[in-house]
Ligand binder design. Structure first.
Ligand code: SIN
Length: 500
C-alpha cells in the first residue's frame, strides 16, 4: 500500500521529519542501504548549539555568518541558531545521551567557533547517538514504517512530484511508490570525489533526481573539504574529527614543523577551507602525500578515552594516536549547496520537500561552520516534516510519469575527474576540461554512476561560472572575492546558470 508521505533517506533529517509526519498519516522511510548507513552515522565531532554558560545565540549566529563568507541566508541562520537549543532539549527528552562533565553538558571547541559550543556523545560518535535516538522514537510510532536496501532511482511526476521509483536490492525488482508528499533526505555527495569522508552511499542521488525532475539546484559548487581524513595505504579516508584540534592537536608537515601558524592567526583552528588549502600547499611543497596530526603531547589515555572510535579505527590500520603523529590529508566532506528550499523544506517543485545535506537553504553560505550540520538536520528536518504535514490536506496521490533519464560513466573515472579538476584548488582550464569530459560520458547506466556524473557536472559548471574565490570555492585564476558574485548560483535543467 502506498504511504501518505514518502521519506527518502534514514539519516537525522529524514528521521526527524518522519516523527513530525507520523501525526498526519502513514509514513514510509526508505534507505538505500541498511537503515544505519548514512552520513549521520559517521558524524563525529558533534552538534553545535549556543547552550553553554558563556555563549549566546547571537555569537553562534555571527560565527556561522562569518564562516559562510558573505553568502549565508540570514533568516536561515537565525532559524538554525534560535531553534537549536529547543531541538537539543527535545533530543535529550527522547533519550539522547550527550557527554557531561559532572551533571553539566560538556562542550568542546572546533574551528572558527568563538566559544566552546560543540556537544558530543560517546566522545566521537555524536551522529550515531542522535540517529539512534531518532530511530527509536520514529520506530515507536505506529504510523512509521521502514524499508531498507531500496535505492531511489527517479522522482515520479504528476502535478509536481508524486512519488519515486526504486531499485530494491533484496528482490532485485524495480518498484514505484506514490505518496501525497515526498521528502528528499538523501544526504550528501562526497562519494562523487575520489577522496571523501562520506560513506559510499553518499552519491548525490537527491540532487541528481531533483535536477532531472526540474527542481532548482543552488550553490552546488561549494563543497567543503575536511582537512583531516586518515591517510594510510589501504585504509578508507576515515574522518579524524576537528574536535581533536579543539582538544589541542597540532598539524605538522613532513619536516615535523607546525605550519599552520604561517597561514592563519587561529592556527589549527582556522576555518576549514584555510586549513585544507594550507595542507595542499605543504604537501605540494614537501612532496609528501599527507601531513600529520599530533596529539602525543596529551597525557596517556587521553585519546583513547575522549576519541574511542577514532583511536580504535586508527589502531586497526596500524597507527597509534597515543604514541605517534597520524598521517592525514583533506577529503571531500560536505555539500553546502543542493536542492533549493525555503525555510520549511519546500523545493521549487510542488509536493517535493528536502531537508538536511541534500537541501540548500542557504544556511551554510559558502562554507559551513563545523558541527552545524547535525543541528541543521534536526531543525530543518522537523520544519520540513511540519510543513508537509500542514499541507497534507491539499495533497492527493496522482497518476505519475517518470522524468527522462540521463547517461552514465564508470564511477571511479568520475571520482578522479571531480577530485583532480573540481577539488580543493580549482581553475578555469581544469573546470572546462571536467565539463567536457563529464558531458561526453555515455552509457552504461547504473543509477548511482549516472547520478555521480550528473552531480559532478553540475559542480564543474557552477564552479566555472563562479569567477571568484569564496569560502570553500577557490580558483587560482580568480583568487579574490568579487562583489558581483555575492549571490547564490541557481541551475535548473534546460536553463542557463544564473546568480541571484
Ligand atoms: C568533525 O568532527 O570534524 C566533523 C564535524 C563537522 O563536519 O561538522
Amino acid at each position: 500500500m502506498n504511504p501518505d508521505f514518502l521519506v527518502i533517506g534514514a539519516g537525522v533529517a529524514g528521521l526527524r521529519a518522519a516523527i513530525e509526519l507520523a501525526e498526519a498519516g502513514q509514513v514510509l522511510v526508505v534507505a538505500k542501504d541498511s537503515l544505519r548507513e548514512s552520513s549521520s552515522e559517521y558524524a563525529q565531532g558533534g552538534i553545535a548549539v549556543a547552550l553553554s554558560d558563556d555563549d549566546e545565540v547571537e555569537l553562534h549566529e555571527r560565527d556561522t555568518l562569518i564562516a559562510g563568507d558573505g553568502l549565508c541566508d540570514r533568516a536561515a541562520v537565525r532559524t538554525l541558531v534560535e531553534e537549536g537549543p529547543a531541538a537539543i532539549q527535545q533530543l535529550i527528552d527522547w533519550g539522547a545521551e550527550f557527554d557531561r562533565e559532572g551533571t553539566k553538558l560538556a562542550f568542546t571547541r572546533e574551528g572558527a567557533h568563538s566559544r566552546s559550543r560543540v556537544l558530543h556523545a560517546h566522545g566521537d560518535s555524536t551522529g550515531r547517538e542522535i540517529a539512534r535516538t531518532l530511530y527509536q522514537k520514529a520506530a515507536s510510532l505506529p504510523n512509521v514504517t521502514f524499508r531498507s536496501y531500496a535505492a531511489a532511482t527517479d522522482l515520479l511526476l504528476a502535478e509536481g512530484v508524486c512519488g519515486a521509483s526504486f531499485h530494491d536490492a533484496k528482490t532485485m525488482r524495480d518498484i514505484a511508490i506514490c505518496a501525497r508528499g515526498v521528502l528528499l533526505a538523501t544526504g550528501g555527495l562526497g562519494s562523487v570525489f575520489l577522496n571523501t569522508t562520506n560513506p559510499a552511499v553518499a552519491t548525490g542521488d537527491g540532487v541528481a533526481m531533483a535536477y532531472r525532475a526540474g527542481a532548482e539546484i543552488g550553490d552546488i559548487e561549494f563543497v567543503q573539504f575536511h582537512p583531516t581524513a586518515l591517510h594510510v595505504e589501504g585504509a578508507p579516508r576515515f574522518l579524524i574529527s576537528e574536535a581533536m584540534r579543539g582538544e589541542g592537536a597540532y598539524l605538522r608537515n613532513a619536516d615535523g614543523d607546525r605550519f599552520m601558524e604561517r597561514y592563519h592567526p587561529l592556527k589549527e583552528l582556522a576555518p576549514r577551507d584555510v586549513v585544507a588549502r594550507a595542507i595542499v600547499a605543504e604537501t605540494t611543497r614537501t612532496g609528501a602525500g599527507h601531513v600529520y596530526l599530533d596529539l602525543t603531547h596529551r597525557e596517556a589515555g587521553f585519546v583513547r578515552g575522549r576519541f574511542p572510535r577514532i583511536y580504535e579505527t586508527c589502531l586497526r590500520y596500524g597507527v597509534d594516536f597515543e604514541r605517534q603523529p597520524v598521517p592525514v590529508a583533506p577529503a571531500a566532506h560536505y555539500a553546502m549547496g543542493g536542492v533549493r528550499t525555503d525555510l520549511d523544506g519546500r523545493t521549487t517543485l510542488p509536493r517535493l520537500f528536502a531537508a538536511g545535506e541534500v537541501a540548500s537553504t542557504g544556511v551554510h553560505g559558502a562554507n559551513r561552520l563545523a558541527s552545524n550540520s547535525l543541528l541543521e538536520g534536526v531543525v530543518f528536518g522537523a520544519r520540513a516534516g511540519r510543513a508537509m504535514r500542514e499541507s497534507a490536506a491539499a495533497l492527493r496521490t496522482a497518476p505519475m510519469r517518470e522524468p527522462e533519464g540521463g547517461s552514465g560513466g564508470p564511477a571511479e573515472q568520475t571520482q578522479r575527474v571531480a577530485w583532480e579538476k573540481c577539488g580543493i584548488v580549482r581553475d578555469g582550464k581544469g573546470l572546462r576540461e571536467a565539463c567536457e569530459w563529464l558531458a561526453r560520458r555515455a552509457a552504461p547506466e547504473r543509477s548511482e554512476e549516472r547520478n555521480m556524473r550528473e552531480v559532478a557536472l553540475l559542480i564543474a559548471r557552477c564552479a566555472l561560472a563562479r569567477e571568484e574565490s569564496r569560502g570553500a570555492h577557490f580558483r587560482t585564476d580568480y583568487p579574490a572575492q568579487r562583489a558581483e558574485f555575492a549571490k547564490h548560483s541557481v541551475v535548473k535543467k534546460d536553463a542557463e546558470i544564473v546568480f541571484r
